[in-house]
Write a protein that binds this ligand. Structure first.
Ligand code: 26Q
Length: 826
């Protein structure tokens, strides 16, 4: 089936979708683009040849989409995000084009396996975790729903570090994902913008006698666009991910070169390029902060300049900008956009303040992803002033107008103005980015119902009191294409049989599985699918860690960034307790379990790194102890990323979502597990609350304090030592740890952890310990009844449709973006 009616030979090879055309294109690209003969080509060479083959097929769709949006001046959402975790592209794009089978056959003709080529791709690790992956899921859904969208981000040369494990400790390795080239991107040298850093401002009168400001001096850097196509699933639309790379400006070196200062010129070139060199891990202390500010500014300025170029280029007037574009701020990382759009409108386009502010405020919408006070972004004033002096002036002006408004509405409340101010003046002065985002946006949303509720009650309470109409909730979702279709082919085949193949584009159809959950005839097949994924994961674990795990055991999995609030160490305390119970009572016969962990710790986060060491140390003792009789295994899968995730979610029986209530904004891993038939053990935190409502409380293992109880306990004076003293099992677990059972007698190794738990326990592990252990006992009993477990598993999948990112994007569209689908035809 070729797309062109009477193709020339050339078009055919570039666009044809038949096995024949794909095979020809593969060899053609291998020779003409990769530059290799089949006889000497490696898997990597073939991967690249196939990637170019697929990209060729995307180009028409992509250019046609851009052309149509432009011609129709379609209202477009620009998703501004410092992070994207799109995962490997090859398998996903084949799926979107519907040519996985044909490509598989074409590859086989060349004597290779498609799976191996898919495996050869290095994924773009341009994000830390949930927030970056969410952005990628939304781009997938936007394209699939035929909605005009551009994802704007940064082309980090080094993504999130790769994790190696050395004697149980995390070692960070640079992620040079571009080393073998990136066949999916197109460099767009003609789409480039300059940004200024440093310098100072000057006031002057323009031709109309208006007072205006000029920002001069400092240095200039260029951002160049690199475009990656984002094809929709089963539609012709293909949207755009546009990432900016920092470069030196063309003029950077003339002065120096002419003066013969080659080294000086090179230094400046390198300094410019440094801006997009590397992604910052979150949870990092203050170090290297200036560069992070520059990154945010590069992203924001280039993206806004690009939007203005597109808008004015299609002949539209500036004052209609907000009708053409809506800009979604993915957390506060791009919040400087509020000040930058003002600067562009005022200083570059000569607009007056009031209309410029009106336009700005009608352009932005802000999504908050955290309640943790330490994660709320703020920048020291001196740093801001030195780097972005004009923006600081604009922020002061915005603040003045804003606080005047506040004082008029609440005349006798000075404290209120202090709390709302864009500038934190309680100590050393800071710019509060969340406040800037709130003031500059017409919509403010949290990412789960509980999270939005807590947001309006706590960190953004005063803003909510001012503008309740701006607040709304958008509970997160995940892409069923990547986290079901692509990663779990067995499950996908079954779903297509019972629910029809349409479920991948309409996840509500998963409900059609529900009647089968009550038909035991289908259970063996359901279990076979899970077992097959567990076997595959077991092989991977053996290859990566050398630990043999039993695919018949319960796979109890916790994979996510390592953070104290996520409480991986609560999971470990349960393992230690279980281990000790087996030792003390040899008759105890728990269901065999494999505890699987995975996740990266921020390089500067010592406690998180110690938790990784703890997991390994406990594993070393438990996995080897004959007294355990192979009932327990503990493994840590290194370098958790999208690729590894696709192996893990489908293989899980039990999903650990055990953060302290009120701390996890939403979580999205929780959704990926449940969508793959894992049952959840979890607290009432983030989206767990809504997942439990959807799948039914009887199909969810709930434990722990509620966020209200957490609050009350904190207020009444929480004493973790009391829990320790009064609970013998807990005492035993902590004592074993403290006495060095897992550290060859070394009592110092885990002391920071133990001390923290006993005397502070910010995340209340000890308060939730017994409830967690009891709940794990219920899990143990439930797993013994294979039929009942299978039914629960099926009901989870059948009722997870709501957590498709398609549903979320439709809600964003309805409530915030107000976009219409635009059908692109071949
Ligand atoms: C900020 C300043 C300096 C350096 C790094 C950062 C930074 C970078 C990334 C701070 C935070 C992040 C990422 C946060 C994140 O992933 N949050 C998660 O977002 C998910 C999607 O909404 C939620 O499901 C998770 O609950 C939330 O933790």
């Amino acid at each position: 089936m070729d797309e062109t009616a009477s193709p020339t030979e050339h078009e055919h090879t570039r666009t044809g979708l038949s096995v024949d055309a794909l095979h020809r294109a593969l060899l053609d690209n291998l020779f003409y683009v990769v530059g290799r003969f089949p006889a000497v080509a490696t898997q990597q060479d073939y991967y690249r040849a196939l990637a170019f083959t697929v990209r060729d097929r995307l180009l028409h769709r992509w250019l046609r989409t851009v052309q149509t949006y432009k011609a129709e001046r379609s209202r477009t959402v620009c998703y501004l995000s410092a992070e994207y975790l799109p995962g490997p592209q090859l398998g996903h794009n084949l799926l979107a084009l519907g040519i996985s089978d044909n490509a598989g056959e074409a590859v086989r003709r060349a004597g290779l396996e498609l799976e191996d080529l898919i495996e050869a791709e290095a994924e773009p690790g341009l994000g830390n975790g949930g927030l970056g992956r969410l952005a990628a899921c939304y781009l997938d859904s936007l394209a699939t729903l035929q909605l005009p969208a551009i994802g704007y981000g940064l082309r980090y040369e080094y993504g999130i570090f790769r994790q190696r494990i050395d004697e149980g400790w995390q070692v960070e390795v640079a992620d040079s994902w571009l080393r073998d080239g990136n066949p999916w991107e197109l460099r767009r040298p003609h789409i480039a913008f300059e940004i200024r850093l440093g310098g100072h401002t000057e006031r002057y009168l323009d031709a109309h006698g208006h007072s205006r400001v000029r920002w001069v001096g400092g240095e200039l850097i260029r951002g160049v666009a690199y475009d990656t196509p984002i094809p929709g699933y089963g539609v012709y639309n293909s949207n755009l991910l546009r990432l900016w790379a920092a470069e030196a400006t063309e003029s950077f070196d003339f002065g120096s070169f002419n003066a013969g200062d080659y080294q000086g010129a090179m230094r400046r070139k390198i300094r410019s390029e440094t801006v997009s060199r590397v992604l910052y891990p979150n949870d990092e202390p203050e170090t290297g902060k200036r560069l992070r500010l520059l990154q945010g500014y590069l992203l924001v300025s280039c993206s806004l300049q690009d939007m203005l170029r597109i808008h004015l280029g299609s002949g539209d007037s500036l004052d209609r900008f907000h009708q053409r574009f809506v800009v979604q701020l993915n957390d506060t990382h791009p919040a400087i956009a509020v000040a930058e759009l003002m600067r562009l409108l005022l200083d570059e386009h000569g607009m007056r303040w009031d209309p410029a502010w009106e336009l700005t405020r009608r352009t932005f919408a802000y999504t908050n992803h955290t309640l943790l006070p330490e994660a709320l972004e703020k920048w020291p004033l001196p740093l801001f002033e030195e780097t972005l002096p004009r923006h600081l002036e604009i922020i002061f002006d915005i603040n003045q107008c804003f606080l005047d408004e506040v004082r008029i509405r609440f005349p006798h409340d000075d404290a209120l103005a202090t709390r709302l101010s864009l500038i934190d003046e309680t100590g050393p002065r800071y710019v509060r980015m969340a406040h800037l985002a709130c003031v500059g946006s017409f919509s403010i949303n949290g990412v789960a119902r509980l999270h939005t509720g807590l947001l309006t009650d706590t960190v953004l309470r005063d803003f909510h009191a001012l503008w309740p109409e701006r607040f709304n909730n958008k509970t997160n979702g995940v892409s069923p294409r990547r986290f079901s279709n692509l990663s779990n082919p067995g499950l996908c085949a079954l779903l297509s049989r019972v629910a029809g193949p349409g479920w991948a584009a309409d996840a509500e159809r998963l409900r059609l599985l529900e009647p089968y959950a009550h038909q035991p005839e289908i259970y063996p097949e359901w279990r076979r699918i899970k077992l097959e994924r567990k076997r595959a994961l077991a092989r991977y674990i053996a290859a990566q860690t050398g630990v043999a795990v039993d695919p018949e055991s319960m796979f109890d999995v916790q994979v996510k960034r390592i953070h104290e609030y996520k409480r991986q160490h609560l999971n470990v305390l349960h393992i230690i307790a279980l281990y000790s119970r087996i030792k003390m009572d040899p008759a105890l016969d728990p269901v065999p379990r494999t505890f699987v962990f995975g996740g990266k710790a921020a390089p500067g986060y010592a406690m998180a790194k110690l938790i990784i060491k703890l997991i390994h140390s406990v594993g070393e003792v438990v996995n080897r102890d004959p007294a355990v009789r192979d009932r327990l295994r503990v493994v840590f899968v290194p370098d958790f990323n999208v690729k590894v995730a696709q192996r893990i979610y489908p293989a899980a029986d039990l999903s650990e979502q055990i953060s302290l209530a009120g701390k996890e904004a939403s979580g999205t891993g929780n959704m990926k597990f449940a969508l793959n038939g894992a049952l959840t053990i979890g607290t009432l935190d983030g989206a767990n609350v809504e997942i439990r409502e959807e799948v039914g409380p009887e199909n969810f293992f709930l434990f722990g304090l509620t966020s209200a109880e957490v609050d009350a306990l904190k207020r009444s004076g929480y004493c973790p030592y009391g829990c320790y003293r009064e609970n013998p099992l807990l005492r035993e677990a902590i004592d074993l740890l403290a006495e060095g059972l897992f550290s060859h007698g070394d009592r110092d190794l885990f002391r920071p952890l133990v001390d923290h738990l006993l005397h502070r326990d910010d995340y209340m592990l000890l308060a939730d310990f017994q409830s967690y252990v009891d709940c794990q006992d219920r899990v143990d009993r439930a797993f013994r009844d294979a039929d009942s477990w299978t039914r629960m598993s099926m009901l989870n999948v059948a009722r997870m449709g709501r957590f498709s990112s398609d549903r979320v994007v439709q809600e964003y569209c309805r409530d915030i973006w107000r976009l219409e689908p635009v059908t692109i035809r071949p």
